[in-house]
Design a binder for this molecule. Structure first.
Ligand code: 5GP
Ligand code: ZN
Length: 114
């Protein structure tokens, strides 16, 4: 998608702190972290949200979770714990219309969420 910020990040057309990338996905630091560790995990393919998934995208979504597991280990938060959040649509305050998994941890979070 031509004017999508996260497509541009995955293509390295605009700078970001990428910590991992392969042919399916990109992991980078959130520009405005809401936790000591706050990474975004995105498919390189432009998928707007879970609601816009197409047949076959399940595989990509599965890989996002595997990447989250690996990133949590490499960030040292796999034992202390972390949150994985996907905001979908206006009520959830999805600001960037390119599906992304927030990986947040490194400190005790508020409970309950919402
Ligand atoms: P959403 O509300 O859509 O779930 O979350 C969007 C996230 O993207 C926010 O946490 C915001 O800080 C992050 N973000 C927005 N613009 C940029 C950017 O240009 N670079 C990076 N690295 N993160 C961004
Ligand atoms: Zn996009």
């Amino acid at each position: 998608m031509k004017d999508c910020l996260f497509c541009k990040i995955s293509k390295r057309e605009i700078p970001s702190e990428i910590v991992y990338q392969d042919e399916i996905l990109t992991v980078f630091k959130d520009i405005n972290p809401a936790a000591p560790i706050h990474l975004l995990i995105i498919p390189n393919k432009h998928i707007v949200s879970v609601q816009e998934m197409e047949p076959g995208d399940e595989k990509i979504l599965g890989k996002l979770f595997s990447a989250a597991k690996k990133a949590a280990e490499e960030s040292g938060i796999s034992d202390s714990g972390y949150r994985l959040i996907i905001n979908n649509g206006p009520d959830a305050h999805q600001e960037i219309l390119h599906l992304h998994l927030h990986l947040m941890g490194g400190g005790k979070m508020k409970h309950p969420i919402g």
